[in-house]
Design a binder for this molecule. Sequence first.
Ligand code: UD1
Length: 335
Amino acid sequence: MKILVTGGAGFIGSHTVVSLEEAGYEAVILDDFSNSDKSVIGGLQKILNKTVPSYAIDCRNYAEVRKVFREENIEGVIHFAASKAVGESMEQPLLYYQNNLGSLMTIIDVMLAEGISNLIFSSSCTVYGEVDELPVTENAPVKPAASVYGNTKQIGEEIIRDTTAAQPIKAISLRYFNPVGAHPSGLIGELPIGKPNNLVPFVTQTAIGKRAKVTVFGNDYPTPDGTCIRDYIHVMDLAEAHVAALKYLAKQSEDKFYDVFNIGTGNGNSVLELIHSFEKVSRKPLTFETGPRREGDITAVWADASKANKELGWKAKRTLDEALEDAWRWEQQLV
Ligand code: UD1
């Protein structure tokens, strides 16, 4: 089965290409390479021992996207392509709405025109906002988004929910918690352009000497050590969830179907715990200091992933230490 992976040269997309190929699917990458590097294609080639077809196309280009569907006989889509910098989304809201929602709507439009019915959408735990109960289940209310980026994920889910209610298309939204790590080969990983926003690339870049120090954003949160808690999930575990979701979609006999799943480990770790785990696995002390809270951060969130465990037959298998080890291996070979 041929699966179009939009944003397939990105962090989660590229790792999902590996999982798809390992599971016997054929991946086709569609990426505009605006926030990803062509070298990813070479890394994938080394891991998979084959060239994955890739198209440098903007997902909003209906004619070009449709041509790829036809040429490649696409049978399903995993839609990652999106802009994802929270801060930038607040400065350039229209860019985010146009890109993230325009891409999604064009992909669905082409799927309907071509009669292709299997869609997996990259959503985020950000849709839950500051949660009332932990761990958070899929039944928790979706709170008003704290950022334009978060809002594009919420609206994206609504677009899919409404379309799948009316038209013959089957879809799953996967609500990711915090993806970290890299492929254990060290051949693909996260490639932030400029200064990283996310914690783990900031940590590895500091350890390698690219950054002077990590700033811990606030130590006065109501958590055991005062720092925020997140559910950090190995990107390969996350990648494998997409394969499980595709298999689950294939089993649905209705022509219209929609569901959402949390994709996390079920464990929460604080910023300080993550830093100390990194120091342990890298055997390097990390320079860090405490700074003020970052605007828009929530105190704590981790997943109740039992729905995905039960229905998709998927479970995160890798530990935070493994993820940090893999992220560190990746950073070291980048120099
Ligand atoms: C962020 C986004 C989220 C997105 C996810 C993955 C926000 C509010 N949320 O999640 O929508 O889906 O990235 O791209 O930006 N931290 C530090 N110092 C740093 C960097 C981070 O202390 O230099 C802390 C943060 O305060 C947070 C934790 O580390 O508590 C994780 O931060 P980050 O990796 O940016 O992810 P999230 O903010 O959880």
